[in-house]
Design a binder for this molecule. Structure first.
Ligand SMILES: Cc1cc2nc3c(=O)[nH]c(=O)nc-3n(C[C@H](O)[C@H](O)[C@H](O)COP(=O)(O)OP(=O)(O)OC[C@H]3O[C@@H](n4cnc5c(N)ncnc54)[C@H](O)[C@@H]3O)c2cc1C
Length: 314
């Protein structure tokens, strides 16, 4: 029997601690419960949204007029050259379990909050690695008729911090159930040391407080060379950003003079200008206003159009 909660504050379920109430919310621990929840939504003519760790998004102040399905299935099977991980498993837990078992490939993701499902959906990444490099295939639930399909990595159409699932428009978004990750044997002690090192690095540079990670995507690709020519980068920045073909968005926000800028309870972090923080009193509206203000200022000053990395669920 499903335990469907009513008028559940969504601020409790996101790392941003923002969002009004979900009309209905259910935590599902297995595929049967997931099917049951979808059936309930269909019978009650409710839209649904699948939530992982809630670390890459925020909900509007009005909340969500439908069913939030929080996926909490979290198993891992480790085989010779691959691991099969359930979508609801926290990414950090998978990273640690694999390092402890002496398998490498996930260490650079240590410290990224959220679940495997969320990480695949948004092609999460850090330190030059992204999920798409380790995903082999996945099992997804087709929500029109609840049948399960296996899809290859190509199905996701991975790009920089996105897959086709992240911006799925149709109401019947498929749900990731399990993901096959490719593995290589490594030295357990070295892998655990790398996990620790990555976690410590993140701790040093990440702003402390409520947020949803980087607010905007970095600037990548062919435009980079022109921007490096045009604006006042140091020689060191020119070389570093030029060789990576990427300019951190924090540079533009910072050089537009927006570090620390605040609207209501939402502010740009002093430690890292691409983080929008909630001081505990921010509403979704404050964040939306700040996003819009930053985009306008950066566009006016540098002619650069920023794109949100965080998702706003209305
Ligand atoms: C402090 C902090 C640091 C961060 N650092 C990084 C970083 O270094 N790199 C990075 O890439 N991100 C980073 N993030 C952002 C975030 O942690 C990642 O994007 C993460 O992978 C999101 O996972 P989640 O489970 O929280 O997804 P959610 O935020 O819950 O959901 C994100 C999207 O995934 C979808 N989704 C979730 N599960 C499923 C499923 N089973 N099937 C289908 N769709 C699903 C949701 O519907 C939604 O569209 C950071 C966030 C914070 C708060």
């Amino acid at each position: 029997m499903l335990n469907i909660l009513e008028n559940e504050p969504l601020s409790k379920y996101t790392t941003f601690h923002i969002g009004g109430p979900a009309k209905h919310l259910v935590i599902v621990k297995n595929i049967e419960e997931l099917r049951e929840a979808l059936e309930w939504a269909k019978n009650n003519q409710k839209k649904y949204f699948i939530l992982g760790g809630g670390s890459n998004l925020f909900f509007s102040d009005a909340g969500y007029d439908g069913l939030i399905i929080k996926s909490a299935f979290a198993d891992i099977i480790i085989e010779e050259t691959e691991a099969i991980v359930s979508a609801g498993m926290p990414l950090l837990l998978a990273v640690k379990r694999l390092a402890e078992a002496g398998f490498k490939g996930l260490e650079n993701f240590a410290g990224i909050p959220g679940t495997i499902g969320g990480a695949v959906c948004g092609n999460a990444g850090a330190y030059g690695s992204s999920m798409s490099e380790v995903v082999l295939k996945a099992e997804i639930l087709i929500t029109e008729d609840y049948h399960i399909e296996q899809v290859k990595k190509e199905w996701f159409e991975f790009g920089y911090r996105k897959s086709k699932l992240k911006y799925w428009k149709d109401k019947n978004k498929p749900i990731i159930l399990r993901v096959w990750l490719s593995l290589e044997k490594g030295d357990k002690e070295e892998l655990l040391a790398r996990v620790k090192e990555v976690m410590e690095k993140r701790k040093e540079k990440e702003p402390k407080g409520f947020c949803a990670g980087c607010a905007f995507k970095n600037i990548k690709g062919d435009v980079v060379a022109g921007l490096l020519e045009k604006f006042d980068f140091t020689l060191e920045e020119r070389e570093r950003f030029g060789s990576r073909k990427a300019i951190p968005t924090a540079w533009f926000i910072d050089n537009a003079g927006l570090r620390g800028r605040k609207i209501g309870g939402a502010y740009i972090a002093e430690e890292h200008a691409n983080y929008i923080m909630n001081d505990g009193s921010a509403t979704a509206d404050h964040v939306l206003q700040l996003i819009s203000f930053v985009k306008q200022r950066v566009r006016d000053k540098f002619g650069v159009q920023l794109e949100e990395e965080i998702q706003i669920i209305l």
